[in-house]
Structure formats: structure tokens, C-alpha cells
Ligand binder design. Sequence first.
Ligand SMILES: Cc1ncc(COP(=O)(O)O)c(C=O)c1O
Ligand SMILES: N[C@@H](CCOP(=O)(O)O)C(=O)O
Length: 431
Amino acid sequence: MNYYSLNHKAPNTTFKNAVIKGIAPDKGLYFPETITALPKSFFDSIDNLSHSEIAFEAIKQFVSPEIPEEILKTIVEETLSFDFPVVKLNKNISTLELFHGPTMAFKDVGARFMARCLGYFNQNNDREVTVLVATSGDTGGAVANGFLGVKGVNVVILYPSGKVSDIQEMQLTTLGQNIKALEVHGTFDDCQDMVKTAFLDEALTSQMQLTSANSINVARWLPQLFYFMFAYKQLHKQHKDIVFSVPSGNFGNICAGMMAQQLGLPIKHFVASNNANNVVTRYLISQLYEPKPSIQTISNAMDVGAPSNFIRIQEIYKNNFDALKSNLTSYSYSDKETKEAMLEMYKNYNYVADPHGAVGYLGCKDYLKEKPNAHCVFLETAHPTKFLDVVEEVVQVKQALPSQIQSVMGKEKESTIISTYDDLKAFLLKK
Ligand SMILES: Cc1ncc(COP(=O)(O)O)c(C=O)c1O
Ligand SMILES: N[C@@H](CCOP(=O)(O)O)C(=O)O
């Protein structure tokens, strides 16, 4: 599959090049030249397919011919070696738990898939690759885990100082080896801007091979479409109108869900559930796309003021506002509402949700007021214990720590503080 830049000022390129470069030379995000829907027979027989078989069929067109089918089968099998359960809360609301991987966030899927693709492409390459990642909380940990010890790959993670949870910080600052963490005085958007600037800086790119492991990178973004299919498989016999409420920040996850829909997955509607960082909620009301500096909230991984992937969403809908609006609703919630939702889920369903999932749950509730016959699935995008302070304060019950979280507790943090792009550049050049 070839990919084009959404800035339309760079040549089209292969999947391999798109993965290795991360972002196009004109700073545009890559997008597949074609999207071919899967045959109806695929969805009719989905009950008989394993997760790996579903994922293989879904991603094949986007990665071939550069990744041979036998290699791709191994990549998806290794990527998906954990569960994706759907838990029913009531007759209209379920949650798709995406936190059963090694770092307990949905990012594990994309990070593991991308690490394996890059490993495959890089196997005969003597040149080291530096993977730059901006994180508001979970991407950093997932990428660190996915790339730990991968030969020929150095990972540099930029995160906003004081704006990620304690456990998230431990996950991205304690691994050592080929993983380095930069603690940035600023917001997630500042981190993301620095990363994008680095890709355009010839003084850097002439000396090192840089790539991105954010959802900017197609190998990180596209595999996120898999679990929308897994949820459909679990629900389609009982429910006709399946709606996904996706807690959204950089909008990579919901955009991948829309790609699953483009492949023919019968999804009725999407809800983009936002915290106070609500540029898309406002856009769907005003038609004005007005990014603002990000605001700090308790659902910190969604504290994104200028979501990278919105441009991909507009491409899917051919920049047609009405077409987008007929498939996407968006709501925004305060921290107070988020905490109330966490308490409500705990009291009514004995379900402990994290603050991001709680924003998704609120999106389901509001959507169901409009369409009471739908079945709304909110994505539980991270395990509640990653946000221990907030969760224990709300439910007032001490939470048991899963082994994935215990494994980073008490380890020594190693990070370098930076403030400006020049600091980042100096750090990269000195390595
Ligand atoms: C727990 C959690 N929920 C939601 C999001 C938002 O996802 P996206 O950036 O793909 O919109 C993130 C960050 O990506 C996250 O870590
Ligand atoms: N919420 C993310 C922000 C980066 O999103 P990405 O999907 O573009 O990597 C995080 O947790 O870091």
C-alpha cells in the first residue's frame, strides 16, 4: 500500500517508508491511498475467526507487499497476546476493556505492532533508529515497553513535567537500557510540537534516522482498528445498533475506529468523549476548528489542545462537515462530572473505571438520551490503578495493584529536564 501526505506537498511513499519516516517531509500525516472494504462474508463469519485472524485480514491491505503474509501473521499474533473483554454494565451500555496488555493501556496494541514492523524493516540495516515520542501519559509507557531492548532502536520520550500520573511516570522513566525520558517544562502540545519540529530539522535528520511512535505513525495508528472488530464480534448477536464512545485526546483511537467502519464494520455511530480539552466538541457545534492551549484535568492522557489526527478524520469524510456530523457526536465533561460518573459506576454496577473510561461512559449516557435503542460501548482505555489517587479518592476503597503495575513500583526514576526545542536538539546530538 502506498501512502500520501495530508499536506499534499511530498511524494507518495510505501508503508515501509511511512513507518521509518513517521511523518512526511512536508510535515503532513500519511494516509493510505486506498481503503478497500472487506467482503461481507468476513463479517458474516467473524464468530469463527480468532483475534489474530481478524486482525490479519483487516490490516493486510495496509502493509502489503512490504510485510510478507507469514511475517504479518506472526506480528499480529505476538501483538495480540492478551484479552479484550467486553463487560456489560446494563442493557444499553458495555465497556470494552483495553487494559489487559503489559502497560495496561490501549496503546500496547499499536506500540507492539509498530515495534515489530520496525524491527522487521530494520533487521538488515546497520543504521540506528531513534524513535521520538510525545506523551500525555500512556503512549510513552507503551512504547518504552514495546521497544525495550530492541536492537538498533533508541527511544526518546518527551512528557509534560507534573502532568502525568505517578504510575505513568514510573512506566516511562524507570526502564533504562535503550529508553530515555525527557521531562518537559510545558504541556503535551509543546512536546508534540518539539517532536514534529525535529523531523524537519535537517541538522538532525542528516545525522540520525528519526521516526515517531505516536499515532502520527501509520504503524502505531492503524492497528488500533482491531479491537473495534473484537467488540463487534462479542456483541453483534445481541445488539444491532452498536455505537462506540471513545475517550479522545489526540483522536488516533477514534480515527482508527472510523477506519474499521470504512472496512465495512457495521458501526452505527461514534461519540468523541472529551474532557475540558474540547476542540472537536466545539467544532461540531460551530464548524470552527480552534485549537487552544491544553488544560490540565484528571483524565490527563486526553489533555491535548491540538489533536494530531483530526486531519485524518476530515480526510475520511472528504472534508464534508455534514457527512462527519452524521457519524460523529461529541460531548465534553468537567472533572467533577467525571468523578461523579466514576462513583455512579461503582455504586450501580460495582465497576471501578479510570477517569478516561468515565468520560467515555458519560458520552454513552448522553448519546442514549438521543437514541435510546442503541447499544453504546465505551472504551476503557487504561486500568484504573494507573490513576490510583483519583480512583481511591472517589470510590474510597483501596485498590489491589496488578502485577504489571507492581513491576514498576519503587524503581528509580531517570529523566532529563528540558524546556525548549534547542534543549531537545542538544540532547539528541550529544547521544
Ligand atoms: C487512557 C487514555 N484514554 C484516552 C486517550 C486518548 O486517545 P487518543 O489520543 O487516541 O484520542 C489516551 C491517550 O492517547 C489515553 O492514554
Ligand atoms: N494520550 C496520548 C497522547 C499521544 O497520543 P498518540 O496516540 O498520538 O500517541 C498519550 O497517552 O501519550
